[in-house]
Design a protein. Structure first.
Length: 394
């Protein structure tokens, strides 16, 4: 008796609806949650066919299903959960998840249906779909705006380069242009980068691949434009003799680990930067800022000219005589016939295609290495691997 009271109390206070019907499909019981969902009083539905709670086409097919089950014993719904729609007393419908079980009670067979209302979940899904569509539209608009900005700056860059080739005295004008461009573009670029990161973070719960795709487009475009600005600004300072190394003792391993973490964030999908140090020493006397710029430039090239799902080897070594920094990738390689021009300003190999770049990075790295009394060497095989090595005497 106590068990029966307990079971009745559980059924009547259950959050989900519970309905029982006999083998002919006639309703025997509904718990309060089910009555609330369908909008009926208990006396209005007991003894009626269960299809009164179903919209078409389920309404017409239900009796046929019961009859077929009685004849064949083949289960298509019983014991399985599925998503269906219910018909309320007022004629409206709502989605719910239905699980049906068969019960042998004394000498008769009956069926129990467990109903979980999905209305709120469906409303949330629709709101999410609308929000994702709006967000994707906003991202596309900002991406297009950034493309226009990058294109405009590239046009300006080409004009300046032509002028530099024609007249050497225009170097001063180029310097002013680069300084102005760096100042005027960095603030909006930082805002765009921050907005893109915030959009990506706020969109993480929605797991929408379109949002991530367009946000990554924005970030890549900002990164390309920032690289152009940095290269031009660095070249202008070098040519103006404004770069002087400041030799300082610092921990090479700590610097390299910081660079690895920073560059891993902009690597391609499943592209991993593997860092390793050789030697018992880690402290070196060089200019940490110039060396960090060299590391970032070399690793950035490895990222750009390597594909997804690849490894980039980043190694440092300190022995009794030398300090070496090596970056190795398995990317497109450098054509042998063009390797002689590799360190010339604005040179880009003919196999770089549409990969963005200014052709200034390696020239700047070698000049920085020279300022620190070091060398920059490389080995490359087209379509296989490329290795750049910075070497400094202790």
């Amino acid at each position: 008796m106590e068990n029966a009271k307990l079971l009745k109390s559980i059924i009547e206070t259950a959050i989900d609806g519970i309905i029982t019907i006999d083998r002919k499909g006639l309703i025997e019981t509904l718990n309060p949650a089910a009555l609330t969902l369908f909008g009926y009083q208990i006396e209005e539905v007991v003894g009626r066919n269960i299809n009164v709670l179903m919209p078409e086409p389920d309404k017409s097919a239900h009796d046929e299903y019961l009859g077929r089950y009685e004849q064949t014993g083949k289960k298509t719904i019983i014991g399985k959960g599925r998503e269906v729609r219910g018909l309320r007393k007022d004629g409206s419908t709502f989605p719910f998840r239905l699980a049906v079980s068969e019960v042998q009670y004394e000498d008769r067979k009956m069926f129990t249906g467990f109903i979980h209302d999905l209305s709120k979940e469906k409303e949330a899904e629709e709101q999410l779909r609308q929000y994702a569509a709006q967000l994707e539209e906003i991202v596309e608009e900002r991406t297009q705006s950034l493309r226009n900005t990058v294109a405009a700056l590239n046009d300006a860059k080409d004009d300046v380069l032509v002028s530099l080739e024609k007249e050497k005295e225009l170097n001063q004008m180029k310097g002013r242009f680069v300084s102005m461009a760096s100042h005027e573009f960095r603030t909006p670029l930082s805002s765009i980068q921050l907005s893109a990161s915030l959009i990506q973070r706020y969109a993480e719960p929605y797991e929408n691949e379109h949002i991530h795709k367009h946000v990554n487009k924005i970030k890549n475009a900002v990164g390309n434009l920032t690289t152009i600005l940095n290269d031009f600004l660095s070249l202008e300072k070098l040519e103006a003799g404004k770069v002087e190394p400041t030799f300082t003792s610092f921990d090479l391993v700590q610097l390299a680990e910081e660079v690895t973490e920073e560059m891993q964030m902009i690597a391609k999908q499943n592209q991993n930067i593997i860092y390793q140090h050789t030697g018992s020493e880690s402290v070196i006397l060089l200019d940490p800022n110039l060396l960090k710029n060299c590391m970032i430039n070399l690793i950035s090239n490895a990222i750009k000219y390597s594909g997804e799902h690849t490894f980039i080897e980043f190694n440092t070594e300190i022995d009794e005589q030398h300090c070496k920094v090596t970056v190795k990738d398995n990317g497109i390689g450098i054509p042998e016939a063009e390797q002689i021009h590799l360190f010339e300003p604005f040179f880009r190999a003919n196999n770089t295609g549409n990969i963005p770049g200014t052709g200034l990075g390696l020239n700047i790295v070698r000049r920085y290495a020279t300022l620190m009394k070091g060398t920059l060497n490389f080995q490359s095989t087209i379509g296989k691997e490329t290795t750049f090595t910075l070497s400094f005497e202790k």
